[in-house]
Design a protein around this ligand. Structure first.
Ligand code: ADP
Ligand code: MG
Length: 367
């Protein structure tokens, strides 16, 4: 199996403690706030930074194995990197910028590379005359010139405006699907990570806290810290007051409400917990024609905010009169319209049992 395996540990200087694997043809997104070590991890894979301990294997080649003192030089790793600011040479035209990435071992021709990234006809232009998206494609063509064994992308969209970003993500997705190599994408943009990553590795202070599909991480964050890093809006504290494995049920006391969640073996009865529910798993009780699920963990409150952004209506419901306990619900705008939802209205919702996720409270604060 062609894949990239990365295990890194560093205690002095820049702290790192993580491991992940990425298969050929797949994208692993390293996601974490600025300063969490993302660029350092890419530099370690490229051989530009050496951690105290670790193991890096690409396909069947070991690039780094600290306990056997194996450290393959950067130029022998054949890694393609697109740097955050693209690092194009401003005084060289597109052709020359790409040719710098090519060498005698290069299999693809300049024409192949230009057409792969849709830059035909622009080979004589200078970088300053190109749009952000075009510059990115030049950097990508240069990174792909030597038929790299892995492709590393460091915040590839941070230099372009919001509108271009959407378009470029789709273009990049189309291009990278054709490359049969592992791709590591670094980003602090959660939407980008979820959209482009087949899997995510969530980082905090250099530590890999959770690796999984975007869906897994968003629905079942390992800890409250991961939930906060992933910007999960419905994250609360509560207490596990009862559980029944046969009925696959945990009973949670939250504020003064009791409701049911799936059974969770690891958490003891009587423990304090964190729990989360994705905003799109909060079910609105239709006012006109009540339907399924209305008896499932019902709660009611008052709408205190209702904003529609890019085709999703974000509704905030206050469950108490001093608006301390707030629940987020995402709805399609037509549902908001049909149910005549407005700020100030009282509504009832259900917290769907299967979407509720419990976390051990002892992992609730960051280090
Ligand atoms: P990210 O890419 O996630 O923003 P970096 O990998 O650039 O994070 O940085 C991780 C940490 O290492 C930060 O605290 C940063 O200040 C520090 N750091 C980055 N580069 C160096 C360096 N060359 N020397 C010392 N510290 C560095
Ligand atoms: Mg960085």
């Amino acid at each position: 199996m062609k894949s990239l395996i990365v295990q890194l540990e560093n205690r002095k200087g820049i702290p790192l403690d993580l491991n992940f694997e990425c298969e050929a043809g797949k994208v692993l997104a390293l996601v974490g706030p600025s300063g969490s070590g993302k660029s350092t991890i890419l530099r370690s894979i490229a051989g530009l930074f050496k951690t105290e301990r670790g193991f890096i294997k690409c396909h069947d080649q070991v690039w780094f194995k600290s306990d056997q003192r194996i450290f393959v030089a950067p130029q022998q790793r054949h890694v393609g990197i697109v740097f955050q600011n693209y690092a194009l040479f401003p005084h060289l035209n597109v052709r020359k910028n790409i040719e710098i990435g090519m060498d005698a071992t290069c299999v693809s021709s300049l024409e192949d590379l230009l057409s792969m990234v849709n830059l035909q006809g622009l080979e004589n232009r200078m970088p300053s005359t190109l749009s952000g998206g075009q510059q990115q494609r030049v950097a990508l063509a240069r990174a792909l010139a030597r038929e790299p064994k892995v492709l590393l992308l460091d915040e590839p969209f941070s230099a372009v405006d919001q509108v271009t970003r959407r378009k470029l993500r789709l273009e990049l997705l189309e291009l990278i699907r054709k490359l049969n190599i592992p791709i590591i994408l670094v980003t602090h943009d959660l939407d980008e990570a979820a959209m482009l990553g087949d899997r995510l590795c969530v980082l905090h202070n250099g530590t890999g806290l959770q690796t999984g599909t975007p869906d897994d991480v968003l629905r079942a964050p390992a800890t409250a810290v991961v939930a906060r890093l992933m910007d999960i809006r419905n994250l609360f504290e509560g207490e596990l007051v009862d559980q029944d494995q046969e009925k696959n049920t945990s009973v949670i006391l939250w504020e003064d409400i009791k409701f049911e969640a799936p059974f969770q073996r690891q958490i003891q009865k009587g423990s304090k917990i964190n729990w989360s529910i994705p905003a799109d798993k909060v079910l609105l009780h239709r006012r006109v024609n009540p339907s399924r699920g209305v008896r499932e963990n019902p709660v009611s409150g008052q709408i205190i905010e209702l904003v529609t952004i890019s085709g999703i209506s974000n509704v905030i419901i206050a469950l108490d009169s001093d608006q301390r306990v707030k629940l987020h619900m995402d709805l399609p705008p037509h549902v908001v319209e049909r149910n005549a939802l407005k700020v100030g209205e009282k509504i009832s919702v259900s917290l769907l049992k299967d979407a509720l996720h419990l976390m051990d409270y002892s992992h609730s604060s960051s280090r």
